[in-house]
Design a protein around this ligand. Structure first.
Ligand SMILES: *[C@@H]1O[C@H](CO)[C@@H](O)[C@H](O)[C@H]1NC(C)=O
Ligand SMILES: *[C@@H]1O[C@H](CO)[C@@H](O)[C@H](O)[C@H]1NC(C)=O
Ligand SMILES: *[C@@H]1O[C@H](CO)[C@@H](O)[C@H](O)[C@H]1NC(C)=O
Ligand SMILES: *[C@@H]1O[C@H](CO)[C@@H](O)[C@H](O)[C@H]1NC(C)=O
Ligand SMILES: *[C@@H]1O[C@H](CO)[C@@H](O)[C@H](O)[C@H]1NC(C)=O
Ligand SMILES: *[C@@H]1O[C@H](CO)[C@@H](O)[C@H](O)[C@H]1NC(C)=O
Ligand SMILES: *[C@@H]1O[C@H](CO)[C@@H](O)[C@H](O)[C@H]1NC(C)=O
Ligand SMILES: *[C@@H]1O[C@H](CO)[C@@H](O)[C@H](O)[C@H]1NC(C)=O
Length: 608
């Protein structure tokens, strides 16, 4: 508690007479440097040793204090002879003093007002010894705290950031502001510091307040501000630091950004588009204007704008700006689409031999691939029919996909039914041992004809064998007989379109007969192909060479006009019905070169 800060003051017996000494005292330097000093913490006990060797002939000792330009005030007295102590009636020191036998004076509860020059006097018969001591009192101030803190600061604006306050210290301390550990020096219009000190009259303690006005930049966003109080302590200078604080710095938006928020990176028809606009200011702007293609006026919205179930016409440039129409950004959005048109589609019923042009066209935002399935099997080329056969019947699917756009896929179905009236061919065969004959009735037609066998005399025959499988509109029905006499067998085939009847003469089992399949055709139907064959047969068998030549010439004429073994009539139909326009469509829209080539070939063939 006691710090002898100066050693220059040695015991100094006052040799001159008391009066002279008192005179000299008036001229003595004021309490200060070079004098013995006692540093005491506020509230503690001040211990003032007398610092004079007690003489043997001591009469009494006294303590007094001196204030400049005022008479000294005596406060304590101890008689060496009577061993008694007396304290003067000084209100300031009432009940605070204690003078020990060795003349050390203790003053309890140190105050600021105790900062005085105290003098110990030892008096003998013929001498007076005096030794002054300076008392200094120190009070640590409260840790500095932030008050009146700003909610936020704005760039380009000088604003009160806050005040720093440190209370009840002594002697007066200094407040210093720091930004990120660096001392903030005042800068005109940017850093303005005002420090103010208040003294409490009763206690004499200082309260220091420093206000900081500050104009921040964006770089101050994460800067932390602190203040310190620097104050003299009993031993050395001390510093206490406040808590640090980061301020919310407001700054204007300098850039806006538009984004398409989406799980996928492509947008297709039916999707929802979520547009997000953002600004880089603080606080970020909350309202924007959205510029939507097709909308004359911009739409005011929060940072999110949703377009639901978009169509292809939503493709275009989307923009957004701040509400004052400044700072814009835009982005291009493509809404992908895929249209597929199949003609004809659904269920189509055609007659055998007819032509059926089929076209499947794609219209898309990108090159799409197109392929065909027949009864779930991939087809090599797109179907087109110039001469419908039963095998052409089936379930056709035209399907297209856009590879780049996930989930964009379209398909259409054509269910082709090829109908035909029943057609019959009959044949007979005698078994090798000659005991029975097998008569077959080969039937073609769709829907599947029902077959009925009849024989002259016996009527309906029931013991026909099993029918063969009905494949591609064909099947056959057989009966095995061993007739006693010549018989005419009749095969009747009937479907909703027509009833066809064909007969075959079978001679009795004991009469030898050629086994050549006697191809008996429908009696009551005209068929161009069959007729032609029949004519050729007759010509070969019966007519003269001249006639043969004539017929040959006629055939030559006919064949030269024909192609692919098809009849004139069919050929004519093909040319008429081939899907030339459709093919061109496909050419344009298809990405699949192979398919295009096939189509091209087909086209040339039919045009030849
Ligand atoms: C004087 O006396 C007090 C208590 O009586 C003691 O604490 C102190 O050390 C003494 N001082 C000297 C210089 O002897
Ligand atoms: C306080 O600041 C003043 C003026 O800047 C200076 O003279 C004084 O020495 C400082 N005191 C302390 C304790 O830092
Ligand atoms: C689009 O948003 C609507 C609700 O607004 C929702 O019902 C629909 O499922 C969304 N469509 C897609 C493809 O996410
Ligand atoms: C886009 O097309 C849809 C119909 O497909 C229509 O309802 C809508 O008004 C169109 N939008 C624009 C901007 O043309
Ligand atoms: C789309 O097809 C055209 C020709 O049909 C071709 O020039 C183009 O490169 C294709 N584009 C893509 C993305 O495949
Ligand atoms: C059925 O065929 C068998 C020969 O396999 C023959 O013996 C029988 O007489 C036939 N029945 C009729 C009713 O024609
Ligand atoms: C079958 O025989 C009858 C006579 O029994 C005859 O009139 C008929 O023309 C013959 N039919 C065929 C196709 O040969
Ligand atoms: C049966 O037919 C054969 C030829 O196939 C003929 O020669 C014979 O005369 C016929 N018999 C009767 C009874 O008609």
């Amino acid at each position: 508690m006691e710090t002898p800060s100066a050693a220059s003051c040695r015991r100094r017996p006052l040799k001159p007479p008391l009066l002279l000494c008192l005179l000299l005292f008036a001229l003595c330097p004021q309490p200060g440097l070079g004098l013995y000093t006692v540093n005491t913490v506020y509230g503690d006990t001040i211990i003032l040793p007398c610092r004079i060797e007690v003489p043997d002939d001591l009469m009494f000792g006294k303590w007094k204090y001196e204030i400049a330009n005022k008479a000294p005030v005596f406060i304590a007295f101890r008689s060496a002879t009577k061993k008694s102590v007396h304290y003067d009636d000084v209100p300031e020191y009432k009940d605070r003093l204690s003078l020990s036998e060795n003349y050390t004076l203790s003053i309890t509860n140190a105050r600021i007002s105790d900062e005085k020059r105290f003098v110990c006097m030892l008096v003998t018969e013929d001498n007076v010894f005096e030794e002054p001591t300076i008392v200094k009192v120190f009070k640590q101030p409260s840790p500095p705290t932030f008050v009146n803190k700003a909610e936020f600061l704005e760039t380009e604006q000088l604003k009160m950031l806050g005040e720093c306050i440190s209370k009840e210290g002594y002697p007066e301390g200094n407040l210093t502001w720091y930004r990120n550990e660096k001392v903030l020096q005042p800068v005109e219009g940017v850093v303005v510091i005002n420090e103010q000190t208040n003294v409490d009259k009763a206690s004499g303690l200082y309260t220091v307040i420093s206000s900081l006005e500050y104009m921040p930049t964006k770089e101050d966003t994460n800067a932390y501000f602190t203040c310190t109080i620097t104050y003299p302590g009993p031993k050395r200078q001390e510093t206490i630091r406040s808590e640090s604080r980061v301020f919310n710095i407001h700054y204007p938006t300098e850039k806006v950004k538009i984004q398409v928020v989406s799980q996928r990176n492509t947008i297709k028809e039916g999707d929802n588009i979520t547009l997000k606009c953002s600004g880089n200011g603080n606080p970020p702007p909350e309202e924007f204007l959205f510029y939507i293609p097709g909308e004359l006026e911009p739409i005011k919205s929060s940072s999110i704008h949703i377009l639901s179930d978009v169509r292809r016409n939503a493709t275009g440039e989307y923009g957004c700006s701040l509400t004052d129409k400044s700072l814009t950004d835009s982005t291009l959005i493509t809404v992908h689409y895929l249209d597929l048109s199949l003609t004809p589609s659904g269920e189509v019923i055609k007659q055998i031999g007819e032509a059926l042009p089929v076209s499947c066209t794609v219209s898309s935002s990108r090159n799409a691939t197109l392929f065909w399935l027949k009864d779930n099997t991939r087809m090599r080329s797109s179907p087109s029919f110039s001469n419908l056969q039963y095998k052409d019947a089936g379930n056709y699917i035209c399907e297209t996909t856009l590879q780049e756009v996930a989930g964009l896929k379209k398909r259409q179905t054509l269910t082709l039914i090829v109908e035909g009236k029943p057609q019959i061919k009959m044949s007979k065969k005698t078994s090798t041992d000659g005991t029975f004959k097998t008569i077959s009735c080969h039937v073609e037609g769709y829907p599947k004809p029902a077959v009925l066998w009849t024989a002259t005399g016996t009527g309906i025959l029931t013991n026909k064998t099993e029918e063969t499988k009905y494949v591609d509109g064909k099947f056959s029905s057989k009966i095995i007989i061993a007739p006693e006499e010549n018989v005419t067998l009749t095969c009747t085939a009937e479907n909703p379109l027509e009833r066809t009847v064909t007969s075959l003469n079978v001679s009795a089992i004991n009469i030898p007969e050629s086994d050549e399949p006697d191809e008996r055709n429908n009696d009551n139907r005209e068929n161009v192909n069959d007729q032609a064959k029949l004519i050729v047969g007759i010509v070969v068998g019966l007519l003269l060479a001249a006639l043969v030549a004539g017929v040959a010439y006629w055939l030559y004429m006919k064949k030269s006009k024909d192609f692919n073994g098809e009849s004139e009539k069919e050929a004519a139909q093909n040319i008429q019905n081939l899907p030339r326009t459709a093919s061109k469509h496909v050419d344009k829209d298809l990405g699949n070169l192979e398919e295009n080539k096939k189509l091209e070939e087909n086209n040339h063939k039919s045009e030849a």
